[in-house]
Design a protein around this ligand. Structure first.
Ligand code: NAP
Length: 483
């Protein structure tokens, strides 16, 4: 396979890194180098910010919401017209199953651009009539240059979740994708140029977190940072942004409970718990990696869950039937395997998986771990409380609501949860008592793009989605008039 070299995107042009340094991008399915990418630094960030500032100083600042909505629609159309190609690129770069890329990642990127096009077309701001010829009204103004930092697990999906509202609101963007998954971001750069977007509204700088993400966060001309990634990195980003009074959105890690009560519809709950545990090879911040099952159905549930996990088609991400693909890197595979070893040390029993997935010889260099289920661990064990971010689910028994709420809430994270029950009152009661940003009842990862998305505790600060994104990517100005 030929190894191509990509560049940064600055002012709608492919822009080689100032120092001329490049690094390898590895394909998780084979462990082979699939591309060379810029190893950029602060000088490249500066160039991108300068291009974005020039866009803000030009006609972009006069653009109307309708024109920006049209631009987002044009990007959506272009992504949609290249859906198969982009899905293949995402699967190659991430090791994610091609079917996931084709049915989830790329369609969601299209939906993000269409959604925020609609959102700004239909946006309303406040008007407060004080009476006696005194009136307040509120304007939305773009922030200016915004920095967008994204992780590797859902590359175009999450990048577009930030780029779409940022552009729709009239900002200019400097994006820094994970250096492990740069390829669909690069394709987005070409799309933005090809549809004729104004120069500099979308800029992209590839490279490492400390060398690109940190200078972007610290840059005095960057008004806001929207960051999605791990909690430890989020803390560094927050520490750098706070003294500069930047607007900050932090979408961080999770260790999400799936709670199955003994009155649940077992077929639905087993299918849902498998999906929650192993979608994208367990590499979704929302994955339900701690499974709590009520004592009355514990044995029956674990048996059915284990069989379903063992039957998940795992291996070659390029095969349409594959549900569990490769992990992102050798280092990440080693981390996941370290947790599996720790689960044994902590007294857990592996009832499914635990080893490396058997793959054809051509994929021997890839990063594969079998879908793994661990029982018998304390709910306070490290494996049950720390984010593993791989295909590993720990299963725990509970007796009543009070106990499961204590266990579910007893971690540093608070991103999401799913609750499985046919008791309506219990569903509402438990959902209200869970310490997290999002609860799904009898489903998982059913997304309406209007609702608030985000976490509490160490899972993040702020909300994105719908009006929350418009709020984040704009400054509201109140104007009080008397006459
Ligand atoms: P990560 O290591 O925190 O990296 C996220 C991004 O931050 C990458 O682009 C990274 O660049 C960059 N970065 C690293 N150090 C930085 C610094 N000092 N300043 C600014 N940027 C820096 O996270 P990841 O391993 O890519 O992603 C997995 C994590 O993301 C998991 O914890 C997962 O739960 C979380 N996540 C959360 C959500 C959510 O919505 N809450 C969604 C998806 C994923 P490099 O890649 O070069 O290090």
């Amino acid at each position: 396979m030929s190894v191509r070299t990509i560049q940064n995107w600055v002012g709608n042009r492919e822009h080689p890194p100032a120092k001329g340094a490049y690094m390898d991008d590895f394909g998780p399915a084979t462990g082979e180098v699939i591309a060379r990418i810029p190893k950029s630094d602060a000088e490249d960030v500066d160039a991108a910010v300068t291009a974005a500032q020039a866009a803000m100083a030009g006609s972009w600042s006069q653009s109307t919401p309708a024109e920006r909505a049209d631009l987002c629609e044009a990007i959506a159309d272009a992504i949609e017209s290249r859906l198969d190609e982009l899905a293949e690129l995402e699967s190659l770069d991430c090791g994610k199953p091609i079917t996931t890329a084709r049915t989830v990642d790329i369609p969601r990127a299209v939906a993000n651009f269409r959604f925020f096009a609609g959102a700004v077309r239909h946006d309303e701001t406040g008007c407060h009539d004080m009476g006696r010829s005194r009136l307040n009204y509120t304007l939305r103004r773009p922030l200016g240059v915004v920095g967008l930092i994204t992780p590797w697990n859902l590359p175009l999906y999450l990048l577009s979740w930030k780029v779409a509202p940022a552009l729709a609101c009239g900002n200019a963007v400097v994006a820094k994708p994970s250096e492990m998954t740069p390829l669909t971001a690069d394709a987005l750069g070409a799309i933005v140029r090809d549809i004729g977007a104004p120069d500099g509204v979308f800029n992209l700088v590839h490279g490492l977190g400390p060398e690109v993400g940190a200078p972007l966060t610290e840059h005095p001309e960057v008004a806001a940072i929207s960051f999605t990634g791990g909690t430890a990195t989020g803390a560094r980003v927050a520490a750098a942004a706070a003294p500069r009074f930047k607007k900050l959105s932090l979408e961080l890690g999770g260790k999400n409970p799936t709670i199955v009560f003994d009155d649940a519809d077992l077929d639905l709950a087993v299918e849902g718990a498998v999906r929650a545990g192993f979608t994208n090879t367990g590499q979704v911040c929302l994955c339900g990696s701690r499974l709590f099952v009520q004592r009355g159905i514990y044995d029956a549930f674990v048996e059915r869950f284990t069989v379903a996990v063992q039957q998940l088609p795992a291996g070659d991400p390029s095969q349409p039937q594959t549900r569990v693909g490769a992990l992102i890197s050798a280092a990440h595979r080693d981390k996941v395997e370290g947790y599996i070893a720790l689960a044994r040390e902590e007294g857990g029993t592996l009832v499914a998986g635990g080893g490396r997935t058997a793959v054809p010889a051509a994929l021997a260099g890839g990063y594969y771990v079998e879908p793994t289920v661990v029982t018998g661990l304390s709910a306070n064990a490290r494996c049950a409380t720390e984010e593993i971010f791989g295909p590993v689910v720990t299963v725990h028994v509970f007796d009543d609501e009070e106990e499961v709420l204590r266990l579910a809430n007893g971690v540093r994270y608070g991103l999401s949860a799913s609750v499985w029950t046919t008791n309506l009152a219990r569903a509402h009661r438990v959902s209200a008592a869970l310490d997290c940003g999002m609860v799904w009842v009898n489903t998982w990862l059913l997304r309406d793009l209007r609702v608030p998305f985000g976490g509490m505790k160490d899972s993040g600060v702020g909300r994105e989605g719908g009006a929350h994104s418009l709020e984040f990517y704009t400054e509201q100005r109140n104007i009080c008039v008397t006459w």
